[in-house]
Design a protein around this ligand. Structure first.
Ligand code: ARG
Length: 581
């Protein structure tokens, strides 16, 4: 049931305003002690020629005349009509809603018929997958999940950085100093060494840069020797990336790197020229964006080589032709914001109305002890090392807290990696995240393990209640109970239950909000609130009361609903929810 809507309809009968107008004005008071819904009467003052507090008084009284079951109390507080819900009715309503929908609670299929491309991760080949791509990978995966959950037709794309000057450098370095055996043995490590050496030597011998550029042009023209090496570098890189994606539970609908568009770039330059958008500048070709308050967008280098923006424009045109998307999201670090603003503006200037559906979703840096990192000189924090360490440290914590746990290793994997993911998603995405192990892996505080632990706690209560009773799963069991005519919410009206129920009711709105704002942190924060509310309840009340069966059943149903929503929420963030920890 939609209480805002129901209240708006009641008020519409009493006023000149339409239910829609009223619904827009209805607020949720900051403190539930003041009321659960509020309607400010300012708008009515002019036409009724009365002061808002007077109107509020009259409306509050009117509402009580034909009070529906869900409405407990309506009071005037200054210019507001404040509404209190009937907690028992609310409890039964929310629990049926959650348990009836089960895994799909939170979704209304609002995305039906809309196609969304989500491009994320997109590491640069021949370099280690490093923490710089962690944000894109984690935020992208979560948005991918959220949009799918809401019924959008989603295609996920990994836009590998597999084209450009760096491959010219690598080929040059490999042919001068590399060996096949060495690279085969060391995979990306070997490639990185060559890359680092290239930069060191090029500091003294700039002609190396010319050589590298020449290779790029040769490859663009189909040079077999260059392309063979390049393909091999991609293969080696994907070996590492795929290991990581597997560990993080990530797979893409499409792995299609920048190189895929290499033969589509001339057409971009041509179209820009035809539309009168291309200008010459120091031998290079640019689109002037001065009018739009941005530096020019570089399209072609003076030697004819193409550039990063050109590849993005070609990719967007091709994607629109192939997929006809409503939205195409790009998740990258915020240092690329100007780049995206520039080339997206160029697409708009080309007259593509669909450019409005191109969305850059930037995020802040993950700062580890020792400052930020650049892969150019090879001093990077490898993702593989980060995941290993997260799992090892979590295993040690489990050994200490719960040494008897079976399948410790697999729980440590789920919790350790989940902790990293949660840490990145908890703060609003644009903020830089300070990373430290202790806080990230802590079982209490605002962390992934805390939410997972709360979920496992709910599972354990339900397991104890169900043991020997039946083979039903928690959700089914709870739905069966809550659906009985004898069930009512009367036993779930104390503050701690009500707080949980309010949060459960709010879950769908939070997911929608997260999708509209491209902000998984909204869900992460929600999960902390729900976990805290459940733990407060758990500390204060016994769930498995022995001498009061109806109370025991009501609390179990509440626990089952919390478990369901924690699980769904975690899965939207790309985090597992082990049943024991
Ligand atoms: N490979 C790029 C990098 O690592 C990220 C690609 C982002 N996507 C895009 N369409 N430009 O910086």
């Amino acid at each position: 049931m939609n209480y805002g809507q129901a209240l708006a309809e009641l008020l519409a009968i009493q006023t000149q305003l339409s239910a829609e107008e009223i619904l827009q004005a209805i607020e949720t008071p900051p403190d539930p002690k003041m009321g659960h819904l509020a309607f400010p009467c300012f708008r009515l003052a002019k036409e009724l020629k009365k002061a808002p507090p007077q109107i509020a008084k009259e409306l509050a009284a009117k509402l009580l005349e034909n009070r529906p079951a869900w409405l407990d109390e309506s009071v005037a507080t200054g210019p507001y009509v404040n509404i209190f819900l009937n907690r028992a009715v609310f409890a039964a309503d929310v629990l049926v809603e959650v348990l009836d929908a089960g895994q799909s609670y939170g979704s209304h299929n609002q995305g039906e018929g809309q196609r969304v491309l989500v491009e994320y991760s997109s590491p640069n080949i021949a370099k280690h997958f490093h923490v710089g791509h962690l944000g894109s990978t984690i935020i992208g995966k979560s948005l991918d999940n959220i949009y799918r959950f809401l019924g959008y037709d989603v295609t996920s794309i990994n836009h590998l950085g597999d084209w450009g000057t760096q491959f010219g450098k690598l080929i040059t370095a490999y042919l001068k100093w590399g060996s096949r055996e060495e690279i085969e043995k060391t995979e990306i490590d070997g490639l990185v060494k060559l890359y680092v050496r290239f930069h060191e030597e090029a500091d003294n011998d700039p002609s190396l840069n010319d050589e590298a550029r020449a290779w790029v042009v040769k490859m663009q023209n189909g040079d077999e020797e260059g392309l063979l090496l390049w393909r091999w570098f991609i293969e080696l890189s994907l070996q590492e990336y795929n290991r990581l994606y597997q560990r993080m539970g990530i797979s893409f609908d499409l792995i299609r790197g920048e190189s895929y568009y290499s033969d589509k770039m001339d057409a971009v330059a041509k179209e820009l020229a035809e539309k009168g958008l291309l200008k010459e500048s120091d031998g290079a070709k640019i689109v002037d964006l001065e009018e739009h308050g941005m530096p020019p967008c570089l399209i072609l280098r003076s030697d004819g080589g193409t550039l990063y923006p050109t590849r993005d424009i070609a990719a967007a045109l091709d994607r629109y032709k192939t997929f006809g998307f409503d939205k195409c999201l790009y998740i990258t670090g915020n240092e690329q914001s100007l780049h995206f603003a520039q080339w997206m503006k160029v697409v708009e200037l080309m007259g593509c109305s669909w450019a409005a559906g191109l969305v850059h979703v930037p995020y802040g840096m993950l700062r580890l002890e020792g400052g930020s990192f650049s892969s150019r000189r090879g001093n990077v924090i490898k993702m593989e090392d980060l995941l290993d360490e997260a799992v090892a440290r979590t295993l040690a914590i489990i050994e200490e807290k719960n040494p008897g746990l079976t399948n410790k290793e697999s729980v440590a994997r789920q919790v350790g990696i989940g902790a990293l993911v949660f840490n990145k998603l908890y703060n609003s995405r644009i903020k830089d995240t300070m990373f430290d192990w202790e806080r990230t892996l802590s079982f209490d505080g605002e962390t992934g393990p805390y939410v997972q632990y709360t979920h496992a706690r709910a599972c354990s209560v339900l397991r104890r209640a169900l043991s020997g009773e039946s083979t039903l799963d928690f959700g089914e069991m709870a739905l069966a109970m809550v659906s009985k005519p004898s069930f009512n919410g009367k036993l779930l009206t104390e503050d701690e239950s009500f707080e949980i129920l309010r949060l459960l009711k709010d879950f769908p709105r939070r997911i929608e909000d997260a999708s509209v704002k491209y902000e998984p942190s909204i869900i992460a924060r929600y999960l902390i609130d729900l976990s805290q509310a459940f733990n407060t309840f758990y500390t204060k009340h016994t769930i498995l009361v022995d001498d009061n069966k109806p109370l025991r059943l009501s609390r179990l149903v509440l626990t089952a609903a919390v478990r369901q929503v924690l699980k769904t929420g975690l899965s939207l963030l790309g985090i597992a929810s082990p049943a024991v920890m």
